[in-house]
Design a protein around this ligand. Structure first.
Ligand SMILES: [Ca+2]
Ligand SMILES: [Ca+2]
Ligand SMILES: [Ca+2]
Length: 494
């Protein structure tokens, strides 16, 4: 049972984190996005033409497919491909179509040309696949192409940022990537193609990485950055100082180095009762990124009764309040783990006790309220009415109270309303004890000495002694009075 529970916990958590990390995906889309493959590699070059071909894969035919080509940051040509898609025998569970078009030097002129293939489905979800190729003349030199693998604009990133892509020159040579980060006001959306740039000596704030032409990957440390929007500028340049043509990508990310700061308010002690106690974590927040869209996992444990096994687990987005019934006594721990939108988490635990109240016993015999230790002479030994229903406890326990009756310390009955028959016996006295027990096993008792009506009343010794004492005192006083007033008492003669 518990195992299954934790399986569910893990699954929802994974699902949540997956959603967190794919902020750019359209979550309302039913299927997976389209897949575009292009047979041409980055860095291909030609002085005449390059034939682009490839495959589009999707659940159903896209509603629009086209290609575009840009150079120097500006789009200048392209064409529709929807009409010329050719359905092919699919190698996957989805449908596939082949496509092709030709890029000619006569149309592009000399360029580092960015060719993009676009597929838009019925839901408006657009998938773009890019290539950069060189259209060259005999004396072409200093051409540079720069593409990034993924669009990270707007993403929450902590610790370090991975930047990968393709950077290369024609003629082929060494390249370097310069990266700078600076405070931004908000989202700067990345463009899938770079703008032109002039390369100079890298600025002091920049970090530069050297590569040969081709695919590159940079792990850039952002662990020292404050949370907030950070503008990322990536400049790709040739390592050769004679080539000053560069390409630049700009976008902003959300630095998320700080885990959520958890604030919980609630009881640390309460008497058991039929009310609910609330733990309020609405003041929990993610530094800079705010209080919403966080994932809460509440885990209640009861070390006094069930050790480290959770007795309750509640989780979900923005579930920032937890309520517990005050009806069960125990020592509790309540752990809260909060995940921010970037998947960072914090945990806090509160400890609280709910204390049981001892019941109060009430005993009524034959309609008379009995005090503990009292003697009670019964009138009808064959039908003694015992009533403990007036016994009380906190409202959550009151209806579940147990009454145990003992006669001379031997258990006799259970039940809060009983009648007792005095069995024929030599004893004319018996001690009746009522124990009133609650669900925590705590109890209150009342004892009463029952006296049989046939018992002869013992001679009241104390009263007799008192009477004798009074008589003696009176005699002494009278004698003394007489002694003072009469001269008849003989006196010693010397
Ligand atoms: Ca955070
Ligand atoms: Ca209780
Ligand atoms: Ca109680």
């Amino acid at each position: 049972m518990m195992k299954r529970h934790w399986g569910a916990v893990l699954l929802s958590l994974i699902a949540f984190l997956f959603l967190c990390n794919s902020v750019t995906a359209d979550t309302t889309h039913a299927g997976d996005p389209a897949l575009i493959s292009i047979d041409i590699e980055n860095g291909e070059y030609s002085s005449e033409s390059i034939l682009f071909s490839g495959i589009i894969e999707d659940d159903e035919q896209p509603s629009d497919v086209f290609w575009r080509v840009s150079k120097d940051g500006a789009e200048f040509d392209g064409g529709d491909m929807l009409g010329s898609l050719v359905e092919i025998t699919s190698t996957s569970s989805r449908e596939q179509w082949s496509w092709s078009f030709e890029l000619t030097f006569s149309a592009t002129g000399e360029c580092a040309c960015y060719v993009s293939v676009h597929s838009i489905d019925d839901d408006g979800l657009e998938v773009i696949e890019n290539r950069v190729v060189f259209m060259v003349e005999n004396n072409s030199t200093g051409l540079i192409g720069f593409l990034l693998d993924t669009d990270q604009s707007g993403q929450l990133i902590d610790s370090s940022m991975k930047v990968s892509g393709w950077l290369g020159t024609y003629p082929i040579g060494g390249v370097n990537v310069e990266i700078t980060g600076s405070l931004a006001q908000g989202l700067i959306q990345s463009s899938h193609i770079p703008q032109s740039s002039i390369c100079s000596e890298p600025s002091i704030t920049a970090e530069a990485y050297q590569f040969p032409s081709g695919h590159f990957e940079i792990i850039w440390d952002i662990s020292g950055k404050l949370d907030g929007w950070l503008e990322i500028v990536l400049i790709g340049c040739s390592s050769s100082s004679s080539n000053t043509e560069g390409a630049i990508h700009e976008f902003s990310i959300r630095v998320n180095n700080e885990p959520p700061v958890i604030k919980i308010s609630g009881i640390d002690y309460a008497l058991e009762d039929d009310i609910w106690h609330t733990f309020d974590a609405t003041l929990t927040e993610d530094p800079y990124w705010g209080r919403t869209d966080m994932y809460y996992v509440w885990t209640l444990r009861k070390p006094s009764h069930s050790g480290t096994l959770p007795v309750d687990v509640i989780m979900g987005q923005d579930i920032n309040i937890y309520s517990i019934s005050g009806a069960q006594s125990g020592n509790y721990t309540l752990s809260l783990t909060v995940y921010d939108k970037g998947g960072l988490s914090s945990e806090q635990m509160v400890i609280f006790d709910i204390k049981n109240t001892v019941p109060t016993a009430s005993l009524i015999i034959d309609g008379e309220q009995i005090l503990d230790g009292q003697e009670f002479r019964i009138s009808n030994p064959s039908d003694i009415q015992l009533d403990a229903t007036e016994s009380s406890d906190t409202i959550n326990d009151a209806s579940g109270l147990r009454c145990i009756w003992l006669l001379d310390n031997s258990p006799l009955y259970e039940g809060c309303e009983r009648s007792l028959t005095w069995l024929e016996d030599d004893d004319y006295r018996a001690e009746l004890t009522l124990e009133v027990i609650d669900d925590d096993g705590e109890f209150a008792t009342i004892s009463v000495m029952l006296i049989h009506p046939d018992e002869v009343k013992p001679f009241p010794i104390a009263l007799v002694v008192f009477a004798f004492s009074t008589l003696f005192l009176t005699y002494a006083l009278v004698n003394r009075f007489r002694g003072n007033n009469e001269q008849s008492i003989p006196k010693w003669k010397s």
